[in-house]
Design a protein around this ligand. Sequence first.
Ligand code: FAD
Length: 417
Amino acid sequence: MKVLIVGAGVVGITTAYYLRADGHEITVIERQTGAGLETSFANAGQLCRYTARPWAAPSVPSMIIREFGRADAPFLVHLRADPAMWRWLAKFLLQCRDSKHQTTRSNLMRIAVHSANLMDELVKTENVNFNHERNGVLHLFRNQKSLDHATDEERHVEDPEARGEALNRDGCIAIEPALAQNPSQFIGGIFHRHEQTGDAHRFTKELSKLLKTRGVIFRYGVNAQQILSKGNRVSGLSTDQGVIESDAVVISAANSSAQLLNSAYPKLPIYPVKGYSITVQTSGFNGAPKIGIQDHSRKIGFSRLGEQLRAAGTAEFGARDGAPDHARIEALCNQTRILFPGAGEFETAKTWAGLRPMTPDGAPIVGRTKWKNLFVNTGHGSLGWSLACGSSHIIADVVSERTPAIDLTGLTIDRFA
Ligand SMILES: Cc1cc2nc3c(=O)[nH]c(=O)nc-3n(C[C@H](O)[C@H](O)[C@H](O)COP(=O)(O)OP(=O)(O)OC[C@H]3O[C@@H](n4cnc5c(N)ncnc54)[C@H](O)[C@@H]3O)c2cc1C
């Protein structure tokens, strides 16, 4: 079957990978000049197998109010007349109830474990180099109440493989000696030994090159404009370079997905939530961590990517555009330098901002739509790097008429229809 994929981010490229493996003829269209140049470009690099959690959690509404207006607030809401943002925030706040949080958490866990298993398989079978590390991720806590809460949550995790290990300050330093540089910044942590890290952009770029050798057609610099439909089927897409016909279409266009799907699903709640990263050169320095770190209260993730340290995080709602804001970057740089003063050359750090395609519950939208040959793989928000292989494999299952390997409850587009 001829399948047209819109978007060459990590989600679109992994979709192409699994569909091509099923023998379909694939064309990927992408408005940028290459693969992985938008949200997949410089994220925190963490591949969550057991720690893929929704942002919408009971503690978040009070955190937003408490930290309101601070340049370094983990969640920053700009007061703007943006009806889409307020509509989305209202839906997000409803998802913060404990019952909703727990439901989404178990939906995310299902797809994250599936995705991690597939990533392990892909790494074994393909020659794709992306500074992949399996050193685990340590979640750091700054106050006893949050550490006690997290420790208690881990005690309730049934599968011992998935359970994080609670550590005091010395235990954290024993696992990651770079933390000895400023131990006053944390009181303990939870170590998740199965979590991994890697460079999402490098992975996306390398996998796209491999797919080219397997016959996948890439059309860069092409902007998809509209889905062409007849009855309950689509016939292709109109683009700024003419019509492209196809037997099936997959929308993996992140924040543009809602606009492309508007005629079938008006006002699909995918909202661009801005985040930032810095990438610091570590060669010649000894103070960068080797394992993945999550600073829980600041919502910053750190990953070692070869000779670089990536620090990324924070969430900004209602940003005017995708450009980096100087104060937010400065705050991220300071927080990294405080925790790891000897990590590398902060003065020459590369800075970046990206727009997470967020749904209110934090789960992606995966599967078939009401138009039989139109499929969606989008809305991965803060977890697209972790979930890409899993959600894309599901798309291949659905397009090829197989029963998906996992239950899709809470992951399909019906929940917003
Ligand atoms: C600061 C930050 C830190 C993060 N950290 C992590 C992390 O540690 N772990 C994790 O799992 N996730 C993380 N994420 C989330 C992750 O990066 C995203 O979920 C993921 O990159 C989304 O991938 P995507 O392919 O859907 O989107 P994108 O990479 O944005 O790809 C979509 C592509 O579609 C193209 N496109 C859009 N519209 C059109 C159109 N009309 N025509 C043609 N092409 C089009 C775009 O140009 C783009 O290339 C982080 C995100 C941010 C911002």
